[in-house]
Design a protein around this ligand. Structure first.
Ligand code: ZN
Length: 274
């Protein structure tokens, strides 16, 4: 056996847009004694501010996971060597990150299962407006909606170009409504271990969680619990006319058509797109 030989690990790659539930999914899927997520693995080492690792709050030299000489193509071996879990969820979502790992031959070394977490355009635009108009007041509602069309189109078009198959599609609303069923299916596809109540992601306490959703980080840091609930706040944000406008937008329509041609089988598996 080669000195540095490490058995291939099961790795789930999460593709998706912002607000697609990737933090929650990663924590659910790795809510098992032999699984782990570190959130946005692509940002390991980038979340260093004033010499402090923002994920574990330790000084750079003391952070258990970050090592300046770590090579990105060895990231999953590195996580295994440091933390010891055989099943790793990487919820980076960034197509460029995964493409660089593909270019470096990472899929040949591990059992990679790519998952596409999909948030429909109306809920996506509502999340966008909530953040940029309601919370930070940086953009008008109209500007937020236009920016949402652009990012929705840009991010998902990039996912269409991934040179790796197959990509099971998981809708955000299905993940929240039927988490147990989704987690079982993904465990079956990926080789990840499954146990009951993995959806109670707040019980996942062995992570070094990088980046991700601020609300979820707050739950983890303060040992809170929550109730899974589909966000329907788009109904408060958009009129019927605005919803129609979103669905008829040229960029959104192009993506919806692309979804059918790229992921048709997965879509049949998980009902409709909107
Ligand atoms: Zn750290």
């Amino acid at each position: 056996m080669l000195e540095n030989y490490i058995e291939p690990k099961n790795v789930i790659w999460v593709f998706g847009t912002s607000y697609c539930g990737s933090s929650m999914f990663g924590l659910m899927m790795s809510n098992h004694p032999d699984s782990v997520t570190i959130g946005d693995a692509c940002k390991l080492g980038q979340e260093i501010l004033h010499n402090e690792c923002l994920a574990c709050k330790s000084q750079v030299g003391d952070c258990i996971l970050y090592s300046p000489d770590m090579k990105r193509e060895n990231i999953y071996n590195h996580i295994y060597n440091v933390l010891g879990y055989n099943n790793i969820v990487d919820s980076s979502r960034e197509q460029n990150w995964y493409q660089s790992l593909i270019n470096k031959g990472v899929p040949d070394k591990h059992n990679i299962t790519p998952i596409f977490l999909y948030k429909d355009p109306v809920r996506y635009a509502a999340s966008y407006v909530k953040h940029w108009t309601v919370q930070t007041n940086n953009l008008s509602k109209k500007e937020s909606m236009n920016a949402a069309y652009d990012t929705f189109h840009r991010r998902i078009s990039k996912i269409f170009t991934i040179n790796i198959e197959p990509v099971p599609l998981v809708r955000y609303v299905d993940l929240v409504e039927y988490p147990d069923e989704i987690l079982r299916q993904v465990a079956f596809l990926s080789g990840f271990p499954y146990k009951e109540h993995m959806e109670d992601f707040w019980n996942n306490d062995h992570h070094h969680f990088i980046n991700g959703n601020p609300g979820i980080r707050n739950i983890l840091r303060n040992n809170l619990t929550t109730k899974l609930k589909v966000d329907n706040f788009y109904k408060e944000i958009f009129s019927d006319k605005e919803i129609e406008e979103i669905l008829e937008n040229e960029k959104v329509s192009e993506i919806l058509e692309g979804m059918v041609s790229n992921f048709g089988n997965s879509i049949e598996w998980y009902s409709e797109l909107i």
